[in-house]
Design a protein around this ligand. Structure first.
Ligand SMILES: [Zn+2]
Ligand SMILES: [Zn+2]
Length: 171
């Protein structure tokens, strides 16, 4: 996920490059395949990166714990600043903006860190195997999608009244 932008930095504002991406990238110590498109646009200060990328992902269903294959979609919209001015080679920006994403001295723009951060933010919090997953039975632990059980589940708000209901039924 590295792009040499030496040429693009010499071009006028608005000049752009498109790239089709099909790449392996290390995220959290695993290799992930990343596909999609990256557009680099010359701005007055540096290079604007706009990317739409997807990577396959394995999850556990949050209700029944079945493995779920899905994909994570990543959107990047980040401006990278040169560490040196393209024409003069003089250092720019570094002191002013310590948080800025930087293009290195060799004019290499590395997307790895921005992709990693977008990936962390994009993790879904509650993946489901399918929208109406019945989940695991709270009484016997069966997977109610594949192994329906006959456990009666009582709403805990009514459980306290259960002895009274039984007494009425018996009388
Ligand atoms: Zn499920
Ligand atoms: Zn059950």
């Amino acid at each position: 996920m590295q792009f040499n932008v030496a040429q693009l930095l010499r071009e006028p504002i608005g000049a752009s490059r498109d790239y089709d991406i099909d790449d392996d990238i290390a995220l959290e110590e695993e290799r992930h395949r990343l596909t999609g498109r990256v557009e680099l646009v010359r701005t007055d200060r540096g290079i604007l990166v706009q990317a739409e990328l997807t990577t396959p992902a394995q999850y556990e269903c949050s209700r029944c714990l079945a493995p779920v294959t899905g994909e994570v979609r990543l959107r990047l919209d980040e401006e990278y600043l040169p560490t040196s001015a393209p024409l003069t080679g003089l250092p720019v920006n570094e002191a002013d903006e310590p948080e800025a994403l930087l293009i290195d001295e060799g004019h290499t723009l590395d997307l790895a860190e921005a992709v990693r951060q977008a990936w962390l933010l994009a993790e879904p919090m509650k993946p489901l195997c399918h929208a109406d997953c019945a989940g695991l039975c709270a009484v016997c632990g069966n997977n109610r999608n594949t192994d329906p059980c006959t456990c009666e589940t009582i709403d805990p708000r009514w459980a306290a009244l259960e002895p009274l209901r039984n007494a009425l039924r018996d009388s």
